[in-house]
Design a binder for this molecule. Structure first.
Ligand SMILES: Nc1nc2c(ncn2[C@@H]2O[C@H](COP(=O)(O)OP(=O)(O)OP(=O)(O)O)[C@@H](O)[C@H]2O)c(=O)[nH]1
Ligand SMILES: [Mg+2]
Length: 278
């Protein structure tokens, strides 16, 4: 497979800027495909990933809702959000599963993997360890009692938890394959790219999440692909920035550094290009 560098996607790193006209067509093509699928009731895409990796914000961002003046950052999702993408028939197609471990998550995932409708694809959202904790009490407990006091500790903790979570999703993929209902594709979205938007870091993240890499994450992906078959389960991973925000942890900061809207748009365009080719 041809490996395109993540750090080459955005104009900050390439000489020829990607043009919006091409973007428009890709978007239209993809959108049309979705409408066709949805009218036949065949499409069923699920967005999943750990709590606070940015699933709800990403869903809103991809549909341009985040530009609206009335848009506000969502709270922790408690229910499956199919309303998160509210344009045309899209609503009935994509479901965002809340990341917290709990009944609602289990129900959402279970339904996605086991409902009579075939699961078309899975979007698994990750954030390269830059997950904040919204609950103040839990955050304090992590810092003070569990000793997760630095951003480095936080990232190590998050990446480990992400592996555990992703392993469960991969197991589900294998199980549905045994039942003859495996999804057709699996897309890994490395969200919050604004927090690691430097060539070396993007390259590291790319290697970590790449379907052909040798990280623990890649190995999980490869195990799912080898069970289902490379022809049957297409895998792709890509970076995205849904929202720009500094990360604060115990008085330490990681600053957002994507250097402008143009770079964010290039990543978004890359998403549409990739999903339309799946
Ligand atoms: N820096 C940065 N922060 C982001 C980005 N996307 C989301 N965030 C932050 O992550 C927080 C959580 O985003 P949500 O979309 O609510 O997370 P979620 O995955 O839906 O979480 P649950 O609903 O709990 O499963 C947001 O409040 C933002 O502060 C991003 O691209 N960059
Ligand atoms: Mg949410």
């Amino acid at each position: 497979m041809e490996i395109e560098n993540w750090s080459d996607i955005a104009p900050a790193f390439v000489k020829v800027p990607l043009n919006a006209y091409k973007y428009r067509h890709t978007l239209q093509k993809w959108w049309k495909q979705l409408l066709v699928y949805s009218s036949t009731g065949a499409t069923n895409i699920v967005v999943t990933g750990r709590a606070s990796v940015g699933k709800s914000v990403m869903a809103s961002y991809l549909y341009g809702e985040t530009n609206s003046l009335s848009w506000e950052l969502p709270e922790t999702s408690k229910d499956v959000e199919s309303k998160a993408l509210t344009l045309g028939d899209w609503t009935s197609i994509v479901r965002v599963i809340p990341g917290q471990t709990g009944r609602e998550r289990y129900r959402g995932l279970n339904e996605a993997f086991n409902s009579s409708k075939k699961l078309e694809g899975i979007i698994y959202v990750v954030d390269w360890g830059f997950t904040d904790v919204r609950d103040h009490t839990v955050k304090t407990q992590m810092i003070e009692s569990a000793g997760i006091s630095t951003i480095q500790n936080l990232r190590a903790f998050n990446l480990e938890a992400e592996l555990e979570d992703f392993a469960l999703v991969c197991e589900e993929v294998k199980r549905t394959f045994a039942l003859g209902r495996a999804p057709r594709w699996l897309m890994i979205i490395a969200n919050k790219a604004d927090l690691y938007y430097a060539k070396e870091e993007l390259d590291l993240a790319q290697r970590y999440y790449h379907p052909e890499g040798d990280s623990k994450f890649s190995k999980l992906l490869q195990s799912a692909v080898s069970t289902v078959g490379a022809q049957r389960l297409k895998c792709v991973s890509l970076p995205l920035c849904s929202f720009e925000r500094n990360l604060e942890w115990n008085g330490n900061f990681v600053e957002t550094r994507i250097a402008g809207e143009e770079n964010r748009k290039a990543l978004r365009m890359n998403f549409f290009t990739k999903i339309s080719n799946l």
